[in-house]
Design a protein around this ligand. Sequence first.
Ligand SMILES: Nc1ncnc2c1ncn2[C@@H]1O[C@H](COP(=O)(O)OP(=O)(O)OP(=O)(O)O)[C@@H](O)[C@H]1O
Ligand SMILES: [Mg+2]
Length: 220
Amino acid sequence: MLKIVDGSKSYNHNDKIINVLQPFNLLIEKGEFVAIRGKSGSGKSTLLHILGCMDQLTTGDYYFNDNKLSTNKDNTLAKFRGKHFGFVFQAYHLIKEFTALQNVEAPMAYMHTPRKLRRERALALLSQVGLEDKVNFYPKQLSGGQQQRVAIARALANQPDVIFADEPTGNLDRDNGNKIISLLCELHRQGTTLVMVTHDGDLGKIADRSIHLVDGHIKS
Ligand SMILES: Nc1ncnc2c1ncn2[C@@H]1O[C@H](COP(=O)(O)OP(=O)(O)OP(=O)(O)O)[C@@H](O)[C@H]1O
Ligand SMILES: [Mg+2]
């Protein structure tokens, strides 16, 4: 489903080339749960951002279901992302001026889902993550674990094919972290492809497969 051929990523920083991801090939099948692991600075987020089309490869090609994406224009990619991908970040990234309900509705508004359907679906998703009694709360009125559950509901809004999560439990205590992981595992059981960056070795074990990053080299 996701395929990178001869990919690499480097940055030009003060006229020096920094090779963050050495040339690699990668295939992620539909329905897989893949953990991305490695030390801080090893390129995990960079790889996740490339897979999620938030960043582009320096060399190589990226295919989604055999469609080549790497040459797409930014605005086409944004629509593509909105339709096929959902994102969960360590720091939640909710819109602070929006309630939980409005945060979950936002990606559907972007895809022009009719207002009534948006509302119904957002309410159903918030109830799926156990927040039916918090729909009108703003992010600052919610705990970290609750904010992350809103973020997961938001990631699911457009029924994505793939969920990308970058250390989704990084800011949470063990108990809340476990709840988030159970939720993500449940989504995976229901068929969602899941790609998750994690520092936590235990989480790596519950994934179908781990990708290890060592000094910019990808070892599957
Ligand atoms: N825009 C940029 N310009 C130059 N270097 C960058 C840029 N973005 C990232 N890097 C470098 O790429 C490397 C990998 O960064 P990345 O954020 O992918 O690491 P990470 O594995 O996610 O680390 P962490 O576990 O701390 O989140 C780092 O050395 C970083 O300095
Ligand atoms: Mg990172």
